[in-house]
Each structure stands twice: as C-alpha cells, then as structure tokens.
Write a protein that binds this ligand. Structure first.
Ligand code: ADP
Length: 492
C-alpha cells in the first residue's frame, strides 16, 4: 500500500516549529532543541525548542499579564464565543494538515488522527457555548443584606498533557480554560509537541489575544515540573500516568494551586453470555487496541462469562487478526506503531511477563518481522489470565489484552473492582437489569453499555480511585475552571 504524500504545509511547519510565548514564536532561552521522532520509522523528522525553567517563567509571565489586564476575560461573552467557534472552524479547515502532523508525531493511522482532530474541534465548538451561559447567583440572607456570587476565572491555568491523543488533550485543556476567562500555558508531551504549537497558532489566527495561550515544549521533569511548581500558576490540569500524577501533586503544594488529575486505568470490559457476541467482540477489540492500546480508558481486562469464553475468544482473535499493523501514513493501516522505543520495550517486557506468569498467547505475542526501524508490536491477547497477575493489574499502555473468566454478575463486579484504578468500564449484555446493576456496582468514572471508548465534550470525564480526581468536560468543568466569590451589600 502506498504511503500518502506528506502535505506541503506539513513540510513547511516542520521546518522550524517553535514555542509560542506572549503571541510570538520563541526559541528556548538556552537555544537548545530536541528531536521529534516518527514512530513509524524510528527517525527524527524535526526538532523543537528544549524549554526549561526560564522559558516556563516567560510563558507564565505572559499569561499572568494577559490575565491581569483582562484582555481576554474582559471581552464581551459573545465575542469569546465567536473566537472559540473560529478556532473550531480553523481546526476543521486544517484537518488534513493537522492529522498528518499527528500521525508523523505519534504514529497513529491518519484516519484515526483525522477523527482526533475533528474531536478537538468539537471540544472548542462545545465550549464556545459556555461564555454566554455561565453566571453567578443571588444568595438568600438577612433582609438587611443583599448577597450575590460572582463566578470568576481562576487565572493562569497550566496544562500538562500526554502523547496518546495530543490534539484532543490540548483542546480539553485550552478550550475550557478560555471559555471561563482564564489564560493558559500548555506543556505538550516531549514525544508529541507539534500539534499543540499549531493549535496555539490557530488560536492567534482566530483572534485570541497575545499571551492568552502559550506553549512551552520541553521535558517533563524540567519544563513540566517547573510549570507544576510555579507560584504564579493558579491551576494545573494534568493528564498522564498515575506515577507522574503523584509528582505533580507534590509539586503543586507550594502555592496550593488547584489540581485536576486524569491518570491511568486498567479498565474492565465485561462480556456476559447474553451479549451479542459479534458486536461485543468487535467493540472489545476496538476498546483495547484503538491507538495501539495507548488509551487511558483502554478495556485491557476482558472479563468473559465462562459459558461463552471459547466462542468469544475465537471471535475476538478473528477481528484482531483482521487488523493490519503498519506505518501511520499508509491508508490501509488499522494499527500503527507504539509511540517510542521506551514504550516498545515496556510493552514487549509485559508480554514476556504475561508468558512467565503462565498466561497463554491467543494471538500476537511479539513484534512483526519487518520492523523497518518503526516501533511496531502485534496486538496481543492473553487468555488464562488471573486478576492478580501483573498483566491484569498494571497499566501496560500498549496493545495487550488480558482475558479473564468470570462465572456470574457478582463475580464480574468484584473482579472489575479489584484494581487500584477506576477510570472506565464497558459491559456487554442484552439484559437491561444486568446492565444497570453493573453500571451501579462498578467503581469507575465512566461506564459504557454495549459500546466502548465514547467521549463527548458535553459529558464529564474523570477517574475514581487512583485514576485521578476532578472532572473534565461537561457541566462539571465549569467548577474546575472557575471559582465563586460571595459579595455582601449592607442595605441599611
Ligand atoms: P506517559 O506515561 O503517558 O508518558 P507521563 O505521565 O510520563 O505520561 O507524561 C505526561 C506528561 O507529563 C508529559 O507532558 C510529560 O512531559 C509530563 N511529565 C513527566 N514527568 C513530569 C514531572 N516530573 N513533572 C511534571 N510533568 C511531568
């Protein structure tokens, strides 16, 4: 299958991508850069500034100034709406370019990347509705007094995001921050810094004032840490691993800034005997292998009722084997490489662990023969897994599924909840009452019934337990991007 041509605008952008600080392009203060690698080839295709503490300082100063002089917060609500819609339109207009950039940067197939860019635009479209809709309240109090509450922005919001869905993650941080009148410093993951920069450019083009959206590229322990620690930052919205989430939390304690954490998962995907097996196997397959399994909500523990185990596994293996593993820019690729060499080693390491724990490989179990320098892994299904095994407890963040037998609804709920995580779950059944029983019994922030992996900017998203706290999207994001002030007026 032919490789799609790299678009001229992608080539042009990758000639010299730079940070965006105070509305201008910026090199790192040290002038250092780091390479950006294409996971389909293992080769560097561009470099970006290696931002550090000094660059974070500059970006935070720009965001602070833009917040204090109210150049964004002070705009008429309808004007903010207009600008947010314009960002959504610009993203949609540039889908081919942004999708290719995302594919080159992250290794995801270009069709999946196009869907991701579209979803990022939809997040801006959703939040475009908010500036004209949120408001304070009047409060009941003594007859001599009048009290009302103002709903105000938090200030400078830092967004620290991962590499699995770079553009969606950027939009989930920037769009709500802007809708509620905040300013932003975004730190994309070092593996995938490009679309965040492009998004900041599109924000400027749409009329977001200088300094309101800033992007610092750099490494987590330097640029990320500096942002999380910064005394002039009012909030950190972090998406990433539970391990780094803990570090973020420690780093933020100095000025007690607000924190939301969207962390790891080991989500159960439960298939009952009364499910539509074909639909369940296809949905479970996408639920665990989409984006090469690099999805925080991946349904990586597949709990199957014993009586249909063999039939279900056969169907799951068949749909998995029909998916072509290949380079991101090839049009018939169903699953691209994993994002980096480290990730490849981590995933193959877990495949070895699964084997040594006594689980059986039903399909996959290694890397394809013809790697051509890319970080490819065959989608792998383990059967005979017990929930206490490491491959059932630890987040692999790669294309590895663990199939576990369960005997009934109670056991399914118990096994599903036997994890430190609680991000999401899927349940496949034709029984209405069983679906509701499981939805109520599972301790997770999202439960999908007869579907998996769905998101909507209008529906809140976040974790139970060690999958994090705070909610993104939907009505609840108003709470996490604003604060209220109670005003008292003496009427006497
Ligand atoms: P993943 O495990 O998916 O690579 P991480 O949790 O390691 O995700 O990284 C998510 C984001 O957190 C990235 O932008 C990364 O640069 C950043 N990061 C990593 N370590 C730190 C740290 N110590 N402090 C702040 N940010 C960090």
């Amino acid at each position: 299958m032919a490789q799609a041509e790299v678009l001229p605008e992608v080539t042009k952008f990758t000639e010299q991508p730079k940070m965006i600080i105070g509305g201008k392009t910026a090199d790192a203060v040290t002038a250092k850069t780091f390479e950006v690698i294409d996971p389909s080839t293992g080769k560097a295709f561009t470099e970006v500034p290696l931002g550090d503490l000094a660059d974070v300082d500059a970006a935070v100063a720009a965001a602070r100034e833009a917040f204090e002089d109210r150049r964004w917060a002070g705009l008429r609500p309808g004007k903010k709406t207009e600008v947010l819609f314009k960002i959504a339109d610009l993203i949609k207009r540039n889908i081919p370019e942004l999708a290719q950039l995302e594919s080159l940067d992250s290794g995801k197939p270009v069709k999946l990347a196009s869907g991701e860019i579209w979803a990022a635009a939809e997040a801006f479209r959703y939040y475009a509705g908010w500036p004209t809709k949120f408001h304070g309240e009047t409060n009941a109090t003594d007859d001599n007094m009048f009290s009302y509450s103002l709903r105000e922005p938090l200030g400078v919001c830092g967004g620290i995001i991962p590499w699995n869905f770079p553009m969606i993650m950027a939009s989930w941080k920037v769009a709500p921050a802007l809708a509620f009148g905040n300013t932003v410093v975004l730190k994309p993951a070092e593996q995938t810094p490009l679309t965040a920069i492009r998004l900041a450019q599109l924000c400027l083009e749409a009329g977001v004032p200088d300094g309101v959206v800033n992007v610092v590229t750099g490494l987590g322990p330097q640029a990320g840490q500096a942002l999380a620690q910064h005394d002039n930052v009012d909030k950190i919205a972090f998406t990433g691993s539970t391990e780094v989430g803990r570090k973020i939390l420690h780093a933020t304690e100095g000025n007690l800034k607000r924190v939301t954490l969207e962390l790891g998962g080991k989500s159960p995907n439960i298939v009952f005997a009364d499910a539509n097996i074909r639909r369940a196997s296809k949905g479970s397959m996408m639920g665990v292998f989409l984006n090469s399994g690099q999805v925080c909500t991946a349904g990586s523990r597949i709990l199957v009722e014993s009586s249909i185990h063999d039939e279900f596994v056969e169907s799951l293996v068949e749909s998995t084997e029909s998916m072509k593993v290949g380079p991101a820019l090839e049009e018939d690729t169903g699953m691209g490489p994993v994002v980096s060499k480290e990730q490849l080693e981590r995933v193959t390491g877990y495949i070895d662990i699964g084997r040594s724990e006594g689980a059986e490989v039903a399909t996959g179990g290694g890397v394809p023969g013809d790697l051509n320098g890319g970080y490819f892994v065959n989608p792998t299904i383990f059967t005979g897994v017990r929930n206490e095994m490491r491959i059932a407890q630890e987040e692999i963040f790669g294309p590895v599924a663990a199939v576990i037998k369960v005997d009934d609804v109670d056991e399914a709920i118990a096994v599903a909840n036997d994890t430190i995580y609680g991000l999401a779950a899927a349940v496949w059944t034709e029984s209405l009452s069983k679906a509701h029983r499981v939805a109520r019994g599972i301790r997770a922030g999202t439960v999908w019934v007869n579907t998996a992996g769905l998101y909507d900017p209008g529906i809140s998203f976040g974790g139970y337990k060690q999958s994090g706290y705070g909610r993104e999207l939907g009505l609840q994001s108003m709470e996490t991007y604003t604060q209220t002030k109670s005003v008292w007026i003496n009427l006497k």
